[in-house]
Design a protein around this ligand. Structure first.
Ligand code: SIN
Length: 278
């Protein structure tokens, strides 16, 4: 097995068949995952059953409450854009599940059907983003916590908008019932131990104790800083390719540049843990 870092936001893994990886190989992948936050596997041939078995070797599977499930495998969330749809899933910088009390560890995405061109996914490293701030700014951020929610993305209002676009999402009632959650703005990454910026434009509402209006300028500044990462990693998919990313140390962005074409990905998300302040 060969692991080649592209930047601190991702590494390509060659010479491995994810269906038959042994315990030693698994340990090497876990170590690389902690270092890079994104592992990209080429020329794989996972069936949905293999996908589920692989995920189970990295952690406990989280059954997605909002995405359509694979018809035969509830563990697999369908990340799909049909030819007549305009919006895609994840078409902006975000990290998955920050609206959960114990945010998901990460996701394993398998490319099933791809547009002839486009449909790449971008990743950046949020631990690096923290390191690039001045010590004074870092200290100020360490004193803050932020409120996260899923309602505005998956709730009734969003579902109504999505219906216009072909009923992309389901289970709006589940999102409405979720309580908002609070996480430190700078968390200690559970695997690497590095301080990591943990806010994102999709699910973060405001800083705890601040109004949304008061929070907006600082959040906007942080997002601009994070999105200007020098080492953004672009994944150009081929059928069968697999990406495994860490939701605590990366942001990702599914580029929506393939209107009129179909793209289908299968995603399994792994349960995480409570995040502590760094
Ligand atoms: C996601 O945000 O999980 C979707 C990523 C992708 O479709 O590339």
């Amino acid at each position: 097995m060969k692991i080649e870092g592209r930047s601190s936001a991702g590494a390509d893994v060659y010479g491995v068949d994810l269906r038959t990886i042994d315990e030693g190989g698994l340990a090497s992948l876990k170590a690389a995952f902690a270092d890079y936050g994104l592992l990209i596997f080429h020329e794989q041939a996972l069936t949905p059953e293999d996908h589920i078995a692989l995920a189970g070797r990295f952690g406990e599977i989280n059954i997605n409450r909002f995405f359509e499930a694979h018809p035969a495998h509830p563990e697999i969330a369908m990340v799909r854009k049909e030819r007549d749809q305009l919006q895609n899933i994840g078409g902006g910088w975000h990290t998955d599940h920050s609206y959960d009390v114990d945010p998901a560890l990460g996701s394993i995405l398998v490319a099933r059907e791809l547009p002839p061109q486009g449909g790449d996914t971008l990743f950046l490293n949020t631990s690096d983003a923290f390191d690039r701030l001045s010590p004074g700014f870092q200290t100020m951020l360490r004193g803050l916590r932020a409120v996260h929610s899923a309602k505005h993305i998956f709730g009734v209002q969003a579902a109504t908008a999505a219906e216009v676009d072909g009923d992309r999402l389901g289970n709006a009632a589940a999102a409405e019932g979720l309580a908002d959650v609070v996480h430190p703005v700078v968390v200690r990454h559970p695997l690497s131990g590095r301080p990591t910026l943990y806010v994102n434009p999709a699910f973060t509402l405001h800083f705890e104790g601040w109004t949304a209006q008061e929070s907006e300028p600082l959040l906007r500044q942080l997002y601009a800083h994070m999105a200007a990462a020098p080492g953004v990693c672009r994944v150009r998919w081929a059928p069968g390719m697999v990406a495994f990313w860490d939701n605590r140390s990366t942001w990702h962005y599914a580029v929506n540049d393939y209107h009129g074409e179909r793209r289908e990905m299968h995603r399994i998300t792994l349960e995480g843990c409570a995040l502590e302040a760094a």
